[in-house]
Design a protein around this ligand. Structure first.
Ligand SMILES: [Zn+2]
Length: 170
């Protein structure tokens, strides 16, 4: 096997990108923003830390760039899946006596994947659950500003996330 090192020095070939964002839905409602905190959000490229529809266009930006990025549901949190709305007897759930709408808990989905289910309706002894991401089926609108781009450290690549400001602290 031959390798060609096109990087100078001992770079990891991955970057940590820090950015501020405001996320709105099609109704123009703000769903989330990093502007509430002093620090921008930081992520390590290529690890799925942010949705693909945002990571791809962001990778092409430069520090200081401000952009509006529209992301279709399929490139965000996926299309809404009606099969993930299920009704189960209340007694099958943890804390059966203290359930309320909006409660969330992990359970296995139809393909044995771990999903976060939300209680969307309580009907007597039955409970209606939704395993879709709350933003499934939604087209998303991001207003982003790139604050910093730097080479990831080997430790960050090994951990699979960004360290420092706006990243993991440990
Ligand atoms: Zn770490």
């Amino acid at each position: 096997m031959s390798t060609t090192n096109t990087n100078s020095g001992s770079g990891t070939g991955k970057r940590v990108i820090s950015f501020h964002y405001t996320l709105t839905n099609t109704q123009g409602e703000v769903i989330d923003t990093s502007r509430d905190s002093e620090q921008p959000f930081s992520f390590l490229e290529g690890t799925g830390q942010i949705i693909p529809g945002l990571e791809k266009p962001m990778a092409l930006l430069s520090v200081g760039d401000k952009r509006k990025i529209e992301v279709e549901a399929v490139d965000a949190y996926g299309e809404h899946n009606a099969e993930l709305i299920v009704e189960v007897p209340r007694t099958k759930l943890p804390n059966a006596d203290e359930l309320s709408e909006g409660d969330q808990f992990q359970a296995t989905g139809p393909n044995n994947e771990m999903l976060l289910f939300r209680v969307i309706e309580i009907k007597g002894e039955d409970v209606k659950l939704d395993g879709n991401h709350p933003l499934a089926g939604e087209k998303l609108f991001f207003d982003v500003e790139v604050i910093q781009m730097r080479d990831a450290t080997h430790e960050e690549v090994a951990h699979g996330h960004a360290h420092g400001e706006g990243g993991h602290h440990h």
